[in-house]
Structures are given as structure tokens and as C-alpha cells.
Design a protein around this ligand. Structure first.
Ligand code: ADP
Length: 751
């Protein structure tokens, strides 16, 4: 076969289902289903029947079979031909009955009747078939592992058929075939050998899915062509996909001959509608296996195919038990951690054990947490960017990263295997696991890279390898492969994480709602209470004054003094109520944000304070010009006024000073907050009160009238304002040396 290009995929394009010829160990009759007339025959009818093809073409089936047999054939065509084949047919010839195994299929309006002469005496019956397979099936089911099952099958198939070598090929993910079990009487074992994907081209695999058993009794046979060449109904070559006699690709025959194989049989092993592997049988001389034995082998192949899933499942069982316990720990750790990424990272070695990895990175938009052996932190972001478009169903995995991502060459020793999981695209949360490079020696059946031959005339020809002797290749840049169950475990992990996050988000939303509701209730209670209390209070105040004015003369000194105290107390209470009202209004009023020049604002606040407290001699310091910040001017003014006022008040030093500034902002991103401070050299605040007490409403650390008095609401109001702006307020202080109040404000929308 001449092929122009040396591209190996040419082999994939050979139309092997329409070879136009069959193997010579039987004959084929194509019958028009509408008329039951023979329309095509193989050019070997004379050998079997002493009748030339031309004698048969156009004839009705009755020219060969009696009416009872024709009925049987028709029944087979109408029914489930898979289970009815083979038919035991005979054709009368010179007073003798020529006996055949008849195999019938229909395809595209044409029935294919293939006749193989019976070589065994007697009728193969159901009982014989049952005897052959029942023991094997029990053994297959009893086998504890996949490997044991494969071994049982090669031994039993060899026992039934007598082939010299029976093997099981399993196809790897890259379609390489690996011999995983073997029973042979030959010297050289093929166990563990690999065959490159080009050894079994794609369309051959497709046919193997439709037709579970193939046999080639003699690999150096002469193909028998069909007469006429094309199907006269369609004028196209006859589709022989389902034919058992179909002639095999000359490339495949040459391949077998190069391997020293004269007869071969192969049975498909199928799992989840995919070709999992093959039972491959070889013989160094011609060998014919009668249909009944082939049916037994095919049945064994089908039972093994069904059992594959069970065996894989039991192999995975231990792993799954271990996995479940890891997953439980995971969920626990996730639910306890404040942020789920920390929860994942805390898992440490368990995170690695989950998929037998040696390193992992937990990534979010602004953070990387590396666990175990990983590439450098600087290598991760570009790797992640490369992985993102490759993700499928949130997953990406490879066992040889440097082959697909050349930049990984420098860290292939620790990260040849990569398994990446996307947890959230929006939040840029990913986990990447790594496996190290494992130097591996692969035993090939012949050099897999040399199936191309250059002919004398200089043209290239796709030719199967001539040498099948062991050819070793060292594979580098590869890690151990990620198992299906490991990849599945990671997919499951994602739904666990997402489940935990969603639950936490729900809980948080609930708590937030509660909090907002109770805050609103509190605000409106404070408002109503303070608003409604003012009126009777004013009444008490007025009436106490009326009493002094109208009855001052009648009352003695003590009575007047008590009334005056009453008036003072009502004033104090009004003052408190006003503060409360003001505080509750703060929680209800909308913030009016606008760019505010804080430098001007602070200077005005100082000016106002100095006017109202002329007795205080204070040195005010503003070391840098304060920035412009987007905020509510009146409220922020109140914060500065309260803090600066306190700094002036709570100071007993002869030389008082107050400094107002903000912390250095080098490298400050536009949206991160400014930290302002108001510092004094005053009396200081005891450590135990710095955290909470000074910020509580109506709490003073001093007697009512000490340090110029006050009602203890200033800092509470300041905190409320800062928090409404999304900031924080706190104090650092040393007793007798001074205090510094800090608060943050975000320069929002200024950038
Ligand atoms: P007040 O009206 O009493 O000043 P604040 O809420 O402003 O109320 O302050 C609460 C208490 O915190 C004050 O009574 C005072 O004891 C203490 N305090 C506030 N600022 C300072 C400061 N700069 N130095 C020392 N103590 C302070």
C-alpha cells in the first residue's frame, strides 16, 4: 500500500470496513432483503460448492437452501440475530449434505450470509457451550483483583482455544496498549510490553466496538474479492463492518507477519462504551477456531467487560474509605476556619495525602499558601494564568507539565504532575497539587518511533515495525499518573468546599440581618425615648424655676438650695438626652460623602475649640498637610473636635501640646485607608480601659466635674461615625505621658 505522506494518521484513514474482499476460510453471500435474491458473492464459491459466482448472482436463496432453512434464515433476520447466530445450515451437493456454520447480519437493506464449513463433528449445542464457560465465569467473579481476573481469562481462553499465546492488552489514557496479563508456551514473554497507539489505528478501534471478535486463521492468506465489486443496489462498496470474514488491512497482516504471528484472534473488552482493552491471541502457524468456541470466548470477553467496573470499584474501595475520612476532616477544618482558604491550608499534609501529592498551593486573588514541595512563589501566578483557559469542569491535570508548558522545565523535578482545581472564578480561588518527576523505563514491543520505511524509489511508506524485540525508553518529565478516582475525589472536594462556603454565607447573612434589625430597633428606641423624655423633663425644669421665682420668699434657704439642685439635675439630664438623641440620629441619617479638605477642617476645629476654651494654652502641631478625603464633613468634623477637645481637656502638663497627623502612606494603594491620629502629652488612660470603657456611652474615667466635665458620649459618637465610614478607632496610651487616638478613613472614590 503506497502512502504519500508519512503522517501516521494516514493509517487512521484507511477505509478498513469496505475492503471489497474477505478471508478465504468461508464464503459470503449478500442478499437483497426485499427480494431475497443473491446480489453479491465472494469469488470462492466454487471451492466450497463447485458452483461459479455467476451461477449464484441473481438467484433466489432457494437455489441453495430448502424452504425450512430459508425460514430459519428469515427468522434470524427478523429477530435478534446476535443471539441466534450461528445457524446450522447445509447445502445439498451430489447427494451429500455440505454442513456450514451460517452467520447472518443485516445492514442497510442487505443481509450478509457468511458460511464457514463445519470442521467439528456433531452439533455444538447449548450444553457444550455452557460447560465451556460456566467454570470460567465463576472464576472471573471470584478473582479478588483486576490482575487476578486478567490472569484467569488469559489462562482459560488459552485452554479453550489452544493458542500459543493469549494476552490482555489494556489501553492507557494515551491509547498505548500495555500487556497486563499473559499465558504462553513461548520462550519470550510479552508481559509489560507496550505498543504505540499507531499499532491499532482509530478506525480499527471503532470496528472493535461494533464487532467484538475478530479471527485471522492465516495471516498470509489471499483475499477473496466480491463479485460484482460494488453492491448493485447502491453502486457502493459493500459495508463489511459486521462481517466475520471481512478481509483485514494489508498493513495489519504485515504487522502480524513481522511479529511472527500466523494466526490471531482478538476479543474486545469494553467498559462504559469505550474500548478498555483486548484479549489478544497469537499462534505461529495457521489456526482456525470454530464458531462455537469463538462464541464461548466472546462470551468470556463480555462477562469480563461487565466485571471490569466491579473490579475497579473494589480496587478503589480502600482508597475511598481513606478519602472519606480525609474529606470529613476537611469539612470540619473548613467550617471552623474564619476563611475557608485558611481552613484548606491548615489541612497541610492531609491536603497532599488526598491525591498523593508532594506539594500544593492554595491561591486567592492576593495570597498564595504553599504546602510541601512546590515551584517558587513567583512561578505560580504565570502557571495559574496558563492553566485557567485549560480548565474543564473546573479541573486541569497533566502528568508531564513541561511538555505542554515549557516554562515548567526549570521545576519539573518537583512539579511534573499538576492537578488544578478552580473553586471560584470570581474570587480567584484555586488549589494546585504537584507531583515530582519519576524517571521511568518503558519496555516497548519494538521501537515505537519507527513505523515508517523509505522505499528504494525514495518515497515513504507507512510500514509496521519489523522488529518486535524489547526496546527500552527512559521517560522523563513525567510524574506518576493521576488516577481517575483521585481526579474524582478532587471534583467531589470542590462541591464540599462550595457547600461549606454557601452554608457559611447563609449563616453570615442571617446574623447580619439580625444585627441590622436589632441596631435599627435600638436606634429607634433611643430616638423615641430621648425625644419623648425631653418634654416632661422640660416641664419639671420649668416648674422648679417657677417654684423658686414664686415661692422663693416663703421657702427657707435649704428649700431654695434643693430646688436649685433640681434645676441643675434637669439641665444635666437634658444634656444627656440631647447626646442620646444625637447619637441615635447618627445611626439613622444618611452619610453625605464629599471630598473634604481635612487640613482646613482641622484648623477650623482648632480655632473653634480655642475660642471656647480660652483658658487653655495649647501648642497645636500638624507635621504634614492633611489629605483630601471623601467623607461626611459635619460628622468627621465632630470626630476631630471630640478628639482634639479631649486632648486639650485631659492634660495637666504646664506645656500642653496636641499633634494631629496621619501615618506615612508610602506605597499606599488608592483605595486603602488613611490612619489619622490625635496625640497629646496629657494624663493618659489606664491600660485596662483603653479597649472598651472609654468608648462606652456615658462612661467617664473621672469625677463628673473633673477636667472641665463632660457627659461621656464624645468617644462613643466618634466611634459610631468612624465605623459608619467603614473605619476603625482605637487608642494607645501611657499613663501620665499621653494618649494617641487613631482612626482610619478610606480615601474612597478619590483615585
Ligand atoms: P467626656 O465627655 O467625658 O470627655 P468622652 O467619651 O470624650 O467623654 O471620653 C470618655 C472618657 O475617656 C473621658 O471621661 C476621659 O476619662 C477619657 N479620655 C478621653 N480622651 C482622653 C485623653 N485624650 N486623655 C485621657 N483620657 C481621655
Amino acid at each position: 500500500m503506497m502512502i504519500q505522506s508519512v503522517d501516521l494518521t494516514n493509517c487512521d484513514r484507511e477505509p478498513i470496513h469496505i475492503p471489497g474482499s474477505i478471508q478465504p476460510h468461508g464464503m459470503l453471500l449478500a442478499i437483497d432483503l426485499a427480494t431475497l435474491k443473491i446480489i453479491q458473492v465472494s469469488n470462492n464459491t466454487f471451492e466450497f460448492l463447485e458452483r461459479q459466482p455467476q451461477d449464484l448472482i441473481g438467484k433466489s436463496l432457494s437455489a441453495l437452501f430448502d424452504s425450512q432453512q430459508i425460514n430459519t434464515i428469515q427468522q434470524c433476520l427478523n429477530g435478534d440475530f446476535e443471539s441466534l447466530n450461528p445457524l446450522h445450515l447445509y447445502i445439498k451437493h451430489q447427494g451429500k449434505n455440505l454442513r456450514f456454520d451460517g452467520i447472518v447480519h443485516q445492514w442497510d437493506g442487505v443481509a450478509l450470509l457468511e458460511l464457514e464449513p463445519k470442521k467439528m463433528k456433531g452439533k455444538a449445542n447449548f450444553f457444550g457451550f455452557y460447560q465451556q464457560v460456566k467454570g470460567v465465569i465463576t472464576k472471573i467473579q471470584k478473582a479478588g483483583t483486576m490482575q487476578q481476573m486478567c490472569q484467569v481469562v488469559v489462562q482459560e481462553v488459552r485452554k479453550i482455544t489452544g493458542f500459543e499465546r493469549v494476552m490482555i492488552y489494556r489501553f492507557d489514557d494515551d491509547e498505548t496498549g500495555i500487556v497486563v496479563a499473559e499465558d504462553t508456551n513461548q520462550d519470550i514473554p510479552y508481559l509489560d510490553l507496550r505498543y504505540p497507539p499507531s499499532d491499532i489505528p482509530k478506525q480499527a478501534r471503532q470496528l472493535y466496538m461494533r464487532n467484538w471478535l475478530r479471527i485471522i486463521p492465516t495471516s498470509n492468506y489471499q483475499p477473496v474479492e466480491l463479485i460484482p465489486t460494488n453492491n448493485p443496489l447502491t453502486n457502493q462498496p459493500l459495508d463489511l463492518s459486521l462481517s466475520v470474514l471481512r478481509s483485514v488491512s494489508p498493513i495489519h497482516l504485515e504487522y502480524l507477519q513481522n511479529m511472527g504471528v500466523a494466526a490471531s484472534m482478538s476479543i474486545s473488552l469494553v467498559q462504559d462504551k469505550k474500548l478498555w482493552g483486548l484479549i489478544a491471541c497469537h499462534h505461529s502457524s495457521a489456526k482456525y477456531i470454530p464458531y462455537s468456541l469463538r462464541a464461548a470466548c466472546e462470551f468470556i470477553g463480555q462477562v469480563m467487560s461487565l466485571e471490569l467496573a466491579n473490579k475497579e470499584a473494589s480496587e478503589d474501595r480502600d482508597y475511598k474509605i481513606q478519602l472519606k475520612s480525609l474529606q470529613t476532616q476537611f469539612v470540619e477544618s473548613l467550617s471552623q476556619a474564619e476563611h475557608f482558604l485558611d481552613g484548606i491550608a491548615q489541612m497541610g499534609s492531609e491536603l497532599l495525602a488526598l491525591v498523593s501529592a508532594t506539594g500544593a498551593v492554595v491561591c486567592s486573588r492576593d495570597r498564595l499558601i504553599c504546602i510541601g514541595e512546590t515551584p517558587l512563589e513567583t512561578d505560580i501566578p504565570p502557571l495559574l494564568n496558563w492553566i485557567k483557559p485549560q480548565l474543564q469542569d473546573n479541573l486541569f491535570h497533566t502528568r508531564s507539565l513541561s511538555q505542554v508548558y515549557p516554562a515548567a522545565e526549570s521545576f519539573k523535578a518537583i512539579a511534573s504532575g499538576v492537578l488544578a482545581l478552580e473553586i471560584s472564578k470570581i474570587h480567584q480561588n484555586y488549589i494546585i497539587w504537584f507531583r515530582p518527576e519519576v524517571m521511568q523505563t518503558v519496555n516497548w514491543g519494538g521501537n515505537p518511533h519507527k513505523p515508517v520505511e523509505v522505499l528504494d524509489d525514495g518515497s515513504s511508506r507507512l510500514s509496521p515495525r519489523k522488529s518486535f524485540s524489547l526496546w527500552q525508553q527512559t521517560v522523563n518529565g513525567c510524574s506518576l499518573p493521576w488516577k481517575h478516582c483521585e481526579i474524582a475525589a478532587i471534583a467531589e472536594l470542590r462541591s464540599l468546599i462550595v457547600g461549606v462556603i454557601l452554608r457559611q454565607a447563609d449563616e453570615l447573612a442571617l446574623v447580619n440581618m439580625e444585627l441590622r434589625r436589632s441596631n435599627e430597633e435600638l436606634d429607634s428606641f433611643a430616638y423615641v425615648a430621648s425625644h419623648d423624655l425631653k418634654e416632661p423633663l422640660r416641664g419639671i425644669h420649668n416648674y422648679a424655676n417657677f417654684l423658686i421665682e414664686d415661692y422663693g420668699d416663703i421657702l427657707n434657704e435649704d428649700g431654695v438650695a434643693k430646688l436649685q439642685t433640681l434645676v441643675r439635675l434637669t439641665q444635666r439630664m437634658e444634656n444627656l438626652i440631647n447626646s442620646l438623641l444625637h447619637f441615635s440620629r447618627l445611626g439613622r441619617a444618611e452619610l453625605i460623602r464629599q471630598p473634604v479638605n481635612l487640613h482646613d477642617l482641622v484648623q477650623q476645629a482648632i480655632a473653634t475649640l480655642t475660642i471656647s476654651r480660652p483658658q487653655d494654652q495649647v501648642d497645636f502641631r500638624i507635621p504634614q498637610t492633611l489629605p483630601i478625603v471623601e467623607c461626611d464633613r459635619a460628622q468627621v468634623n465632630e470626630v476631630f473636635t471630640n478628639l482634639i477637645g479631649n486632648a486639650m481637656k485631659y492634660n495637666d502638663k504646664p506645656e500642653k501640646w496636641v499633634e494631629i497627623g496621619f501615618l506615612s502612606t508610602t506605597d499606599k494603594p488608592a483605595t486603602s485607608p488613611y490612619t489619622f491620629y490625635v496625640r497629646d502629652n496629657g494624663i493618659g488612660i489606664p491600660q485596662e480601659h483603653q479597649e472598651e470603657r472609654v468608648f462606652q456611652i456615658f462612661r467617664r474615667l473621672h469625677g463628673r466635674d473633673e477636667y472641665g466635665g463632660g457627659n461621656g458620649a464624645g468617644l462613643t459618637i466618634a466611634r459610631k461615625i468612624v465605623e459608619r465610614h467603614g473605619g476603625k478607632i482605637w487608642v494607645e496610651s501611657t499613663i501620665n505621658q499621653g494618649s494617641t487616638f487613631y482612626f482610619t478613613l478610606t480615601a474612597e472614590a478619590m483615585g
